[in-house]
Design a protein around this ligand. Structure first.
Ligand code: FMN
Length: 329
């Protein structure tokens, strides 16, 4: 697999992303994936928020936006997968180039802007999946939707996905859809939560719902959000999405690119938000994500208070071996 990683390094990032995941799919379908993947030995099974997990490491949203790679990613040994972000209508996203890899700093900057094939396409893939582990669906709003239409987009996604997702994540924290992060503001978030509660009551939806938050919110804002979540039907939080803060980056050229930073430079910032949330509420379920590049980072997220951990950039930069290193007992 390291051989492939080296080749993919020289390809344009988006092409490398789909080429590597398509190769993974092919290997999985030809039953050859085991050649590249050590057997993961774990005797434990964890029941968290009423769902059963073989291990606590999952994929973060964005890695498989359309659910095209569910069975192959599941076979690699992840304990759960979060697919999406999906929007009601398909959309192209921002103009290319929109992903920038920064290998020397174990980081990526992306400004994809929710490129995806739309909710109906994802539903179809969820129906076809053979992977028996937990699959959450991360939902968002189309770029063309404004004001109330934006809330309606989340409701439409919930309606279409609720029978096929094991949990749903409401993504209000992508920095690449203009004004989306305004949904962190108290009145906006209250409206969104009330509308979601109304919808899930009508649908009799009882599975967990998470809110994915930004690492760029102040501590006061995060405290306010946790307060609202505690009083609502929202189960827990995914902390965090990418940061727009490029202060920590060394590469001067990349510093100038718009978009969200993920990977190592995000580790401390997102872990601090997890610690803050846990300190404010001892029993709120937290999925911790941001900057996990090693088993040590993974354990740091758990010690900070995360119940489960997700990974994206570490998987892209270090490859599938990292999963084995992290989840092996
Ligand atoms: C290329 C790329 C695309 C992403 N797309 C999404 C997305 O569609 N929805 C979302 O909630 N997060 C998305 N993210 C953010 C990740 O889910 C994750 O929160 C963030 O990258 C921090 O984790 P990491 O440091 O392990 O990458 C994306 C990240 C990257 C690098």
């Amino acid at each position: 697999m390291n051989f492939f990683l080296k080749i993919f390094k020289f390809l344009p990032p988006e092409f490398a992303h789909s080429a590597s995941l398509n190769s993974l799919n092919l290997l999985h379908k030809s039953k050859l994936l085991f050649l590249f993947n050590n057997k993961i030995i774990n005797k434990n099974e964890y029941t968290i928020f009423g769902m059963k997990f073989k291990n606590k490491l999952g994929t973060a949203a964005g890695l498989d936006k359309n659910g095209d790679y569910i069975d192959a990613l599941g076979a690699l040994g992840f304990g759960f997968l979060e697919v999406g972000t999906v929007t009601p209508k398909p959309q192209y996203g921002n103009p290319k180039p929109r992903i920038f890899r920064n290998y020397s700093e174990n980081s990526i900057i992306n400004r994809l802007g929710f490129n995806n094939k739309g909710i109906d396409y994802l539903v179809n893939n969820l129906k076809k999946r053979k992977y028996g582990g937990v699959v959450g669906v991360n939902i968002g709003a189309n770029k063309s939707s404004k004001g109330i239409e934006r809330i309606n987009d989340y409701l439409l996604c919930i309606e279409k996905i609720h029978k096929f997702a094991d949990y749903i994540t409401i993504n209000i924290s992508s920095p690449n859809t203009p004004d989306l992060r305004d949904l962190h503001l108290k009145e906006n978030l209250k409206n969104l939560i009330a509308s979601v509660e109304n919808k899930i009551t009508k649908l009799n939806f009882k599975k967990p719902i998470f809110l994915k938050v930004s690492p760029d919110e102040t501590d006061e804002s995060i405290e306010m959000i946790i307060d609202l979540v505690k009083k609502s039907s929202i189960t827990g939080v995914v902390a965090t999405n990418t940061t727009i803060d490029k202060e920590n980056l060394i590469n001067k050229k990349l510093k100038k690119e718009d978009g969200g930073v993920s990977g190592q430079p995000l580790m401390d910032k997102s872990t601090n938000k997890i610690s803050l949330i846990r300190s404010k509420c001892s029993d709120i379920p937290i999925i911790g994500v941001g900057g996990v590049m090693s088993k040590k980072d993974y354990l740091t997220k758990l010690s900070a208070g995360a119940d489960l951990v997700q990974i994206y950039t570490g998987f892209i930069i270090k490859g599938p071996n990292l999963i084995n290193q992290i989840v092996r007992d």
